[in-house]
Every structure is written in structure tokens, then in C-alpha cells.
Design a protein around this ligand. Structure first.
Ligand SMILES: C[S@@+](CC[C@H](N)C(=O)[O-])C[C@H]1O[C@@H](n2cnc3c(N)ncnc32)[C@H](O)[C@@H]1O
Length: 325
């Protein structure tokens, strides 16, 4: 079962105002404006170039939502806002919110999308809008930096020599695995436009000796050789069912006998009565990509098995599978 809702909370769902107030506050970059200390509405309005009276109304709404605090005439950031929504913070994730705001117009077409069965956009941001893709990758990188070293610790690659990160993005996971297993030689395979972002991470992390970058399209091009380990993270939910099935077949052939695959994604619960939050994320994929959707764990298991993999292990529920060749 999904969540049980009270009648007031059902109606609350229709009041999307909080979401738009919040997204606009990120677009205005209000939180950076008060990162050095509390300020009055007038001072904030002057630094973000807004109308002081309307902005004050918005600041009070943000206080009510719980993002800001008000002390007399002054407004200040709450601790999570200071950590995640101030541009100078190492954990800034505002780009992800800006992406949600950009999608606003597409969400307005949801009825049309659902009725017609036709997506509102072509391709995906990595293919068609690399400047937006770069922003998303920056955020994914900051978020993944928190979990990648733990995953590298949990999956023992001490006997493996070669590793390919397929659609490796900013390179966060390649870096974490290569740091944990310094004898690994890795290839990160991604679209040429994305590799411009990857190169920055690999250079900053001083990993150019261990991680080689190769440009290409994994649906169309051959992978550059055979590897002991294939790593695939957050790729499946951008693709169609058939593309994923074909990708697993290709990956199987790119693995040395006895090698392994690590698949990380956002799976929908196998229990159809209780789909989980990724069922909602799948709506986001419907609105902002041409082909994307979240898949059930059992669909991913079936692609792996049909491609020839065995010894499937769910390392993290609805998130990470490993399998062997
Ligand atoms: C959501 S990001 C995931 C990045 C990384 N694996 C991670 O987990 O942080 C998807 C990545 O797949 C890449 N990508 C998408 N379609 C691709 C394709 N057909 N061929 C190669 N790379 C692709 C994108 O450029 C992007 O880096």
C-alpha cells in the first residue's frame, strides 16, 4: 500500500504553492545573500535585485515553510539551508532545484502527456542540453561523494584488475573504487560532451594515471575492450526497456570470464501494491525525458539473467545489484 492520507492532507497536495515559492527562492539565490549573517528584507532585496515589499512577503512565507528564521526585522538561514542552498557551501545542491524549476512548464503539460502517450521532450539533457547536464552532474557528484566510498568498501574488488564505469558521469564512483583499490585500472566511458565535466573531476582528484576517459554512445558504439568489472550507475532509468535489455547483452560480452557487474539505480518495489518513492520519481522521468522511467527490481534481474549473468545479489535494497559472468 502507498501512504494513507487524511482528507486535509489530500487537499494540501493541490496547493503546490510551497514548491514554487521554494524553487523561486533558490532561483533568486536568497540563501547565499544571507550566508554571511542575518539581513533585513530591504538589504536582501538590494542584493538579489528584487522589490523589497514583495520580497518581504515571500521571506515571511519561507519562514512559515521552515526554510528561514525571522528575528525581528532580520531573516537568517536555517542550518540545512545554510549547508545545501548557499552557493559557497561544498554541499550546494541548488542546481538540482533549478532543474526542477526549469521543468515547471513541462509539468503543466502532464495531462496532455498522459492522454496522448507522447513525451513533451526529445532525448534527455545529457544528449541535448549538456550545459544543463553539467549542472546535474555537479550535484550528483557532490551527493555521490557521500556514498561512493562506502559502496567501494562493501564490494570487494581486491582480486580485480580492470574496471569500466559505463555512463560514469562526473566520475565519482570510478574515483572512489580506484582510491579504495589502487591496483585497478579503470576506463570511464561516457558521451564526449559529458567527458568535459569528468576530466575536471579526474584531474582535481589526481586520478589521471588510474582512470582513462573514452567517449562514445553505449547504445551505438563498441565498448573499449574487456574488463573484470563493469559498473553501471543511474543509467537504466533514462532508457527504454528494450535499450536496457540490449545494453546488458553488450555489457555481458565486455566482461572477462569470472568477472562481475555492479548495477546501481532507482528500482520500483517488486510488490505492485507498494511501489515506493521511485514510482513518483518515474513521473519526473516521464516529464523531463523522452524515454526514461524507473524499473522494478525483477525487471533488472530478468535483463541480467537473460544476458547470461548469474549469482545475483541485492547489495542494497532497490538500489544495488551485483552479478557474475
Ligand atoms: C544520471 S547520470 C549518471 C552518472 C554516474 N553514473 C553517476 O551515477 O553519478 C547518466 C550518465 O549517463 C551518460 N549517458 C547517457 N546516455 C548515454 C549514452 N547513450 N552513451 C554514453 N553515456 C550516456 C550521461 O552523459 C551521464 O553522464
Amino acid at each position: 500500500m502507498g501512504k494513507e492520507l487524511s482528507v486535509p492532507s489530500i487537499f494540501q497536495l493541490g496547493y503546490y504553492w510551497n514548491a514554487k515559492i521554494f524553487l523561486t527562492s533558490v532561483r533568486l539565490d536568497l540563501y547565499t545573500a544571507i550566508s554571511e549573517g542575518s539581513k533585513t528584507a530591504e538589504e536582501i532585496a538590494s542584493s538579489v535585485k528584487a522589490d523589497p515589499s514583495f520580497l518581504e512577503r515571500m521571506l515571511d512565507a519561507l519562514v512559515e515553510i521552515g526554510l528561514l528564521k525571522r528575528e525581528g526585522p532580520n531573516y537568517l538561514n536555517t542550518p540545512p539551508v545554510a549547508e545545501f542552498l548557499v552557493k559557497t557551501s561544498p554541499f550546494y545542491t541548488g542546481e538540482l532545484m533549478l532543474l526542477q524549476d526549469e521543468e515547471w512548464g513541462h509539468w503543466g503539460k502532464l495531462e496532455e502527456i498522459i492522454r496522448s502517450g507522447r513525451p513533451a521532450v526529445k532525448g534527455n539533457i545529457f544528449m541535448n542540453r549538456p550545459e544543463v547536464g553539467e549542472n546535474v552532474l555537479k550535484v550528483l557528484h557532490r551527493m555521490a561523494k557521500r556514498v561512493a566510498p562506502t559502496l567501494a568498501e562493501r564490494i570487494d574488488l581486491s582480486s580485480r584488475k580492470s574496471f569500466i564505469d559505463v555512463g560514469g558521469g562526473a566520475g565519482t564512483f570510478s574515483v572512489a573504487f580506484c582510491k579504495r583499490y589502487p591496483h585497478l585500472q579503470a576506463v570511464l566511458f561516457d558521451l564526449p560532451q559529458t567527458l568535459q565535466v569528468t576530466r575536471k573531476t579526474i584531474e582535481t582528484e589526481k586520478m589521471t594515471d588510474q582512470i582513462r576517459l573514452v567517449g562514445g554512445n553505449f547504445n551505438q558504439d563498441a565498448l573499449p575492450g574487456k574488463f573484470d568489472v563493469v559498473f553501471l550507475s543511474d543509467i537504466l532509468h533514462y532508457q527504454t526497456y528494450d535499450e536496457n535489455a540490449a545494453l546488458f547483452r553488450k555489457l555481458y560480452h565486455a566482461i572477462n570470464p569470472g568477472g562481475m557487474i555492479i548495477v546501481k539505480d532507482m528500482f520500483i518495489n517488486d510488490d505492485i501494491n507498494n511501489p515506493g518513492w521511485n514510482a513518483i520519481f518515474s513521473m519526473h522521468m516521464l516529464v523531463y525525458s523522452e524515454k526514461g522511467q524507473c524499473y522494478k527490481g525483477e525487471e533488472i534481474r530478468s535483463w541480467l539473467e537473460k544476458a547470461g549473468f548469474n549469482h545475483l545479489v541485492e547489495i542494497e535494497r532497490n538500489t544495488v545489484f551485483t552479478a557474475s559472468k
